[in-house]
Design a protein around this ligand. Structure first.
Ligand SMILES: Cc1cc2nc3c(=O)[nH]c(=O)nc-3n(C[C@H](O)[C@H](O)[C@H](O)COP(=O)(O)OP(=O)(O)OC[C@H]3O[C@@H](n4cnc5c(N)ncnc54)[C@H](O)[C@@H]3O)c2cc1C
Length: 329
């Protein structure tokens, strides 16, 4: 019974959401999809679901609109106004050399569910290209397929049980993925791609105990067949072959539109919220009218089931915040 503007950057840009990267591998644990679903199928199903709630009058006697207004748009700037928010949105695909198509929308409550972008490995990157899809064209050829780059060990580790898994990244951070990989196999190699491993002594001790190899040589080239990734050509001319390839180079939160806002974040830039999904400021106070859900929320598991639940919670809280009457007392 609310009028909801649903802005989806994926309709006007290549920012399609993380699940998109399961291009051909089925996601087995998404709620309401028994039998599994690929990322593109999931996006299609969710858009069909949204289409079932079109904008319409509230009732025969009340013409106020309710329903979901799905629009392609990249939120560029979120501005506080007297009665809520103004959203500055790029609503058409970006064309080189042309100005952006900008539209402005107003809202009384906003739920941020913009997720984050994974950082991709620095291998065969086209430094001359601006757009991420051009820069990482070779990496993306192998991404999201059964025998290619994976981003989530918990989601895709089962594809490589007792096989040799390569994990690209460095620092204690990458050991999170290498640690998880050991649920599936004992054969794990960490590739730092030319950087010092940067791991702390306790982590190194366990790595040695578990027989995990660390290779610090730079990776020069992918070795692949079609969209299958097989291994790497290293800087010294050697070739390394693996069965599964995971990358964990950190993340880029999709919160550029919050520049200048006082919001509390964790060390990765993810938003801190309260139990209602309401965004907190640096002093721990609720930011009026601003809610968040899904991968963009700090301290949550990055899973579809979690995103569904957090979305439901934040959506209902945002709706409740618009009630004309508050609980007496
Ligand atoms: C390769 C891979 C495999 C995975 N496999 C599984 C699995 O098997 N099971 C599982 O449960 N989870 C899996 N996940 C994780 C799952 O995809 C995420 O947890 C989930 O997609 C998070 O949902 P979200 O809505 O928070 O963010 P996303 O799905 O990332 O969606 C964010 C949305 O925000 C939009 N957006 C971004 N910026 C803006 C902006 N400025 N303005 C407007 N819109 C914007 C994007 O277009 C996108 O539609 C996998 C992830 C990856 C990368």
């Amino acid at each position: 019974m609310r009028h909801v503007l649903l802005l989806d950057a994926g309709l006007v840009s290549r920012r399609r959401g993380r699940a998109y990267w399961s291009k051909t591998v089925k996601i087995e644990d998404a709620p309401v999809f028994p039998g599994g679903v690929t990322g593109p199928q999931l996006i299609k199903a969710l858009r069909e679901w949204v289409a079932g709630f079109p904008v319409r009058p509230r009732s025969e006697s009340d013409p106020r609109p309710v329903g979901i207004d799905l629009r392609g748009g990249v939120l560029l700037n979120l501005i506080r106004t007297d009665d809520g928010f103004e959203l500055v949105v790029s609503t058409a695909p970006r064309r080189p050399g042309k100005p952006l198509t900008i539209e402005r929308f107003r809202a009384r409550a906003v739920v941020i569910a913009t997720g984050f972008e994974d950082r991709w490995p620095d291998i065969e990157v086209d430094e001359s290209a601006q757009a991420i899809y051009e820069r990482y064209r070779v990496v993306f050829r192998y991404a999201g397929n059964r025998r290619g780059w994976h981003l989530c060990i918990r989601c895709d580790g089962h594809l490589h049980v007792d096989r040799h898994i390569a994990v690209v990244g460095c620092g204690d951070y990458v050991y999170g993925t290498a640690f998880g990989a050991q649920d599936f196999t004992d054969k794990v190699t960490i590739l730092t791609n030319g950087r010092p491993h940067g791991m702390s002594e306790p982590v190194l001790k366990q790595i040695r105990e578990r027989g995990i190899e660390i290779v610090e040589k730079r990776i020069v080239k992918h070795i692949g067949e079609g969209t299958d990734l097989l291994g790497f050509l290293m800087e010294d001319g050697s070739k390394l072959f693996f069965d599964g390839f995971f990358v964990d180079e950190g993340l880029e939160p999709n919160t550029q539109f919050l520049e200048g806002w006082d919001v509390q974040t964790d060390e990765e830039g993810l938003l801190v919220v309260d139990e209602d999904g309401q965004v907190l400021d640096s002093a721990g106070n609720k930011v009026p009218g601003l809610f968040a859900a899904g991968d963009i929320v700090a301290g949550e598991r990055n899973l579809i089931a979690t995103a569904f639940a957090l979305g439901q919670n934040a959506g209902l809280s945002a709706s409740d915040s618009l009630r004309r009457w508050q609980w007496p007392g």
